[in-house]
Design a protein around this ligand. Structure first.
Ligand code: PQQ
Length: 243
């Protein structure tokens, strides 16, 4: 069998990255139920509490990417991602906004920060993302953040639909999604440039596609674990079980 090693043009390669959208967690059955307003308050709480582990891991992942990057120009931009989540100059960051989302759905801060509701499968998936970023070269790790290509659509859908579908969620909960709309667009522009510039062989292009798939699989696997616990209510990891 012969393999075609021709370099894809930037346009073709970018389109192949974008075509990965079919694997995005927006298509996961858990997400579809959430989007259709079919989740109970407990199920929404389960998602918010589990996703908090992702929110706190993201800046750690971004610090790992920066630690592997010797290019000051890149670091100068990339550090913004950490500040977006951690906050700066008196500005509240995404982690604080997510804690407020937790309160808006009826969870206490302590329930989120203790990670008591975080399911093993969710933890393993997110840890895999952080550990990958620690070991990979920074360009490959940067490319794996490109699931954010598809994120503005999901944040916008929540802002458009949740207030009528879940009227019991306090308005202050929506700040996170509003904030991410512009941040994700900016991050993607930078991440995409890095990936398109770095992938100057077909082998690197294929590897970037595989790593984007790896990241999509992380997001998908998180929802698989949540489906088992909160939709199937499989013991022992349903929400009310004390660990
Ligand atoms: O709510 C979502 O569906 C969603 C998805 C993703 C993503 O696609 O990775 C991110 C976020 N949100 C998000 O809020 C966020 O800060 C973020 C950072 C990253 C990343 O990989 O660096 N992805 C995402």
């Amino acid at each position: 069998m012969t393999t075609d090693n021709t370099l894809w043009s930037r346009e073709v390669f970018e389109q192949k990255l974008r075509d990965k959208e079919q694997y995005y967690h927006i298509n996961h059955p858990f997400h579809k139920l959430m989007h259709d307003g079919k989740l109970t308050q407990k199920q929404v709480q389960g998602w918010v509490a589990n996703r908090f582990y992702y929110q706190t891991a993201i800046p750690v992942k971004d610090a790992a990417i920066m630690a592997n990057c010797e290019d000051a120009e890149v670091r100068k931009h990339w550090v913004q991602r950490i500040l977006d989540h951690d906050g700066y100059d008196g500005e509240e960051g995404g982690i604080e906004a997510w804690l407020q989302l937790g309160e808006a759905v009826g969870l206490t801060r302590e329930e989120l920060t203790s990670y008591q509701h975080v399911l093993p499968g969710v933890r393993f998936a997110i840890d895999a993302y952080v550990n990958f970023a620690r070991r990979a070269n920074w360009q490959e790790a940067a490319g794996s953040s490109l699931t954010e290509l598809f994120a503005p659509k999901i944040h916008k859908a929540r802002l458009d639909n949740w207030p009528s579908l879940y009227p019991w969620i306090d308005e202050k909960g929506y700040r996170y999604f509003r904030k991410r709309l512009s941040e994700a667009r900016r991050d993607v522009e930078h991440g995409l440039q890095i990936t398109l510039d770095y992938c100057d062989t077909r082998e690197k292009q294929q590897r970037a596609l595989d790593l984007l798939q790896f990241k999509l699989d992380i997001l998908w696997t998180m929802l698989d674990a949540m489906w088992m616990a909160y939709i199937e209510e499989r013991p022992p990891y349903c929400m009310d079980v004390e660990k």
